[in-house]
Design a protein around this ligand. Structure first.
Ligand code: PLP
Length: 450
């Protein structure tokens, strides 16, 4: 096909911006008001990264849909970038949250729900011991500290193109084969090559070179990259990584925060991975701040051996509100009644339908793109074939097209995950929701390739 006409994209974008302004007067007013007291006019700085003149202000959300303050309705495939993957306000979780809120929110003491959630996480992921945090970031921070403490080593290894939250050591990237601070890294405490080695996923030779120094406490890996498009592992990559960790005395942390999309036990269960630590957050409590980390029997022994029980409150791990009664009640209801094994079967089938729809449009329009899926998470990327690593995925980003697609869909009632083109299916998403996206994606592709 002929290349996409960039001047045409710019013109289409102007048209979409004008539509956005016309559809969102109240959001525009609220944004102006918020600028008086909020940095950048938003509660979190990345909320300015939506296309359009300002973010859309939400009125209410239920299931896979939300309504904005101007009365526009949306099908939500962003789902709070996985925080809302259980669907918005799922009744079973909302009821449990309301019940617990009325009975006490946080006490510095455990409630009955804690052991139930620990057992359920052990059933799903196969790791026997668990602790709770308020976020995936904090779960990652905690296990990195444990890994350092156990191994007596300073460094960690991450994949190029990874995102593991605001964990200092992980906000790094590869530049000409060197580990440097990721672009936009705010206030790094030390140069990143002092704490971290970055390697490409699917490159066991580079991983071995990074571990062979025998100074790496842990590898912190997503089973598949999900924050730079989806990059799937090559067959055998995880087995190789596990063996290399064992050979060089490094612990393996698997972050399932996004890859839980592969099934009820994430990729760890679906692919038979054998991590030393597993971390997760976001969706566990249907949006109530919750995170968790699991560990093996072997690691537990080392943790116990290295624990200074008189100083556990000041050891650098934990948080006053971590493991609070409300988030445990939310997790119990979400895991037990919403994100069930049966729900995943339906969600993954919808993911397949979404992928097939997008794939069909790409084939018939001849656009040089592709779709890739991990369970109920689907992504389209602006290159003809799958990226094999972070650098290839980054080269497949296209800021202008990305912004155009997001705004085009937003103006027609569909929200995609920002920063790349990701869609997530919740237990409340329907086949009609998916087909609506396919139809609009097809109309958008026709305009782009006209
Ligand atoms: C794989 C992964 N781990 C951890 C995090 C951090 O999650 P949170 O910001 O909720 O702490 C993210 C956030 O996008 C993530 O994608």
């Amino acid at each position: 096909m002929k290349p996409i006409d960039r001047a045409r994209v710019a013109g289409l974008m102007e048209r979409e911006r004008a539509t956005f302004r016309q559809r969102h007067p109240r959001s525009g007013q609220l944004f102006e008001q918020a600028k008086r007291s909020l940095l950048f006019g938003v509660p979190m700085n990345w909320m300015t990264r939506w296309p359009g003149d300002h973010p859309v202000f939400v009125d209410c959300a239920e299931g896979a849909r939300f309504q904005d303050v101007d009365g526009n309705e949306f099908i939500d495939f962003c789902l709070g970038d996985t925080g809302g993957m259980a669907g918005h306000a799922p009744k079973a979780a909302v009821d449990a949250i309301a019940r617990q809120a009325a009975r006490g929110i946080t006490l510095m003491l455990p409630t009955e729900d804690a052991a139930w959630v620990g057992d359920e996480l052990a059933r799903r992921f196969g790791l026997p011991y668990w602790q709770f945090t308020l976020s995936a970031t904090d779960a990652n921070r905690s296990v990195i500290r444990w890994a350092r403490e156990i191994t007596g080593r300073p460094r960690i290894v991450v994949h190029n193109g990874c995102y593991h939250g605001t964990v200092d050591e992980s906000v790094a990237m590869l530049e000409n084969g060197r580990t440097v601070a990721r672009s936009g890294n705010i206030g790094k405490p030390v140069p990143l090559d002092q704490t971290t080695r970055v390697v490409e996923i699917n490159d066991p030779e580079s991983l071995e070179a990074a571990l062979a120094h025998e100074d790496v406490a842990a590898c912190l890996f997503e089973p598949a990259l999900t924050n730079i498009g989806i990059v799937l592992p090559d067959p055998g990559y995880h087995e190789a990584a596990r063996k290399l960790c064992d050979r060089y005395g490094t612990l393996l942390i698997i972050d399932e925060t996004h890859t839980i999309s592969a099934g009820p036990g994430g990729c760890t269960r679906a692919w038979g991975l054998e991590p030393d630590f597993l971390t997760i957050g976001k969706t566990l409590g249907a949006g109530v701040a919750s995170g968790a980390y699991g560990l093996t029997e072997r690691v537990r022994e080392k943790v116990y051996a290295r624990t200074d029980s008189r100083n556990t409150d000041v050891g650098g791990i934990g948080g006053t509100l971590a493991g609070n009664a409300l988030s445990l009640a939310a997790m119990r209801a979400t895991l037990g009644e919403v994100m069930t094994d049966a729900a995943f079967v339906r969600m993954i089938a919808l993911g397949e339908r979404f992928e097939q729809g997008v794939h069909g449009v790409i084939e018939s329009s001849g656009l040089p793109w592709h779709a890739v899926r991990l369970g109920c998470r689907v992504e389209y990327l602006f290159r003809p074939d799958r990226a094999r690593n972070g650098a290839e995925a980054a080269a497949g980003q296209d800021d202008a097209i990305d912004a155009f697609i997001h705004l085009y869909l937003l103006n027609r009632g569909i929200l995609m995950t920002p920063f790349h083109n990701m869609a997530l299916m919740s237990p409340a998403t329907t086949a009609a929701d998916v087909d609506r996206h396919t139809q609009l994606f097809s109309e958008m592709a026709a305009e782009l390739s006209a």
